[in-house]
Design a binder for this molecule. Structure first.
Ligand code: SF4
Length: 261
C-alpha cells in the first residue's frame, strides 16, 4: 500500500474538471428518497439503504412503528462518517434551526465498528471515527420526511460524506460507502443509489466534484492525524469507557478530550 502521505498528494492532485467529467458520464440527480440518510436492511446486497425500492414499493412511507422505509424490525443503523469540525458545524446549524442547544452527542456517536457494549449497554473499546447520531429507527437524527420526500434539516451544514454520496474516489485510505461500486469512470466510483444515471448539469457536476476532492483530501488528512496522534495510554485513562481517536486526539463518547496525565 502506498503511504497515506502519497495518497494525500494524489488526492490534492486530483483535477476537479476530470472528476466532473466522470460524474457527468455516470449521471446523478438526488431523488430525495432518503436512502442514504436512513437505516438499512442487512439482508440487502451490500447493506443497501432501506429507502424506497428496497421496501414494498410504498414510496418510503412510514411503517407502523413510525420508521421510514421497510424492514425496520431488523434495520441496521445508518453510519456516516463525520469529521470533528463538522460535528461542531452541524451542532451550530441545528441550534440555529431548532432554537435549542445541541451538544456533541446530539450530533455524533462513536463509529460502532470495533466497539463492544458493556453490561449497561454503553460502548467500550476504541474506534477511529465519529458517525452521525441516529434515532430509534436507525435513521440520521437530522433526516425528516413528508409525503415520501426526504429532507436534511441541516442541509447547508451537512458533512462532506452527505454532499458527495453516492460517489467516492479510488484512493487507498479514503472511505467507501458500504457495498460494491455499481459504476465507475476514471477514479470515480458510484455506489448503489436510485438517482444514478440521471442527467446532471455541468455546474452541479463541478460542485459535486469539488466536494468529492475536498472529501478525499480531508479523509486522508484525518487518517494521518489519527495515526500521528494515537495515544496507547488513553484507553487506560478512560477507565473502560469507549475512546474515539480522531485527528484532534483521544476523546470520550461525548466528545470530551481525554487529556494526558
Ligand atoms: S446530515 Fe442530512 S444529508 Fe447527512 S445523513 Fe443526515 S439527513 Fe442525510
Amino acid at each position: 500500500m502506498e503511504s497515506l502521505e502519497a495518497e494525500l498528494a494524489a488526492a490534492r492532485d486530483l483535477a476537479v474538471a476530470d472528476l466532473a467529467d466522470a460524474i457527468e458520464s455516470i449521471g446523478f440527480e438526488c431523488t430525495r428518497c432518503g436512502g442514504c440518510c436512513t437505516g438499512y436492511a442487512p439482508d440487502e446486497p451490500g447493506g443497501a439503504p432501506a429507502g424506497p425500492g428496497t421496501d414494498d414499493g410504498d414510496g418510503g412511507a412510514e411503517t407502523e412503528s413510525g420508521c421510514h422505509g421497510g424492514g425496520d424490525a431488523d434495520r441496521e443503523p445508518h453510519t456516516a462518517t463525520v469529521f470533528p469540525d463538522e460535528v461542531r458545524r452541524v451542532a451550530d446549524a441545528a441550534e440555529e434551526t431548532f432554537g435549542e442547544a445541541y451538544d456533541w452527542r446530539d450530533v455524533a456517536r462513536p463509529m460502532p465498528f470495533g466497539l463492544d457494549a458493556d453490561a449497561d449497554g454503553e460502548p467500550t473499546g476504541e474506534t477511529f471515527e465519529w458517525a452521525l447520531a441516529t434515532d430509534d429507527c436507525g435513521d440520521c437524527t437530522f433526516y425528516e420526511e413528508s409525503d415520501g420526500q426526504g429532507a436534511c434539516t441541516v442541509h447547508d451544514a451537512r458533512p462532506l460524506i452527505c454532499r458527495t454520496y453516492p460517489f467516492s474516489v479510488a484512493l487507498e485510505g479514503t472511505s467507501q460507502p458500504m457495498g460494491e461500486a455499481v459504476d465507475e469512470a476514471g477514479v470515480v466510483r458510484a455506489h448503489e443509489c436510485e438517482g444514478l444515471g440521471r442527467d446532471i448539469s455541468r455546474e452541479d457536476a463541478e460542485e459535486l466534484a469539488a466536494a468529492l476532492k475536498e472529501r478525499a483530501v480531508r479523509e486522508l488528512e484525518e487518517a494521518i492525524g489519527v495515526r500521528d496522534g494515537y495515544d496507547p495510554d488513553a484507553r487506560e485513562r478512560a477507565d473502560g469507557d469507549a475512546v474515539v481517536f480522531d485527528s484532534e486526539g483521544p476523546k470520550a463518547a461525548d466528545g470530551t478530550p481525554i487529556g494526558g496525565e
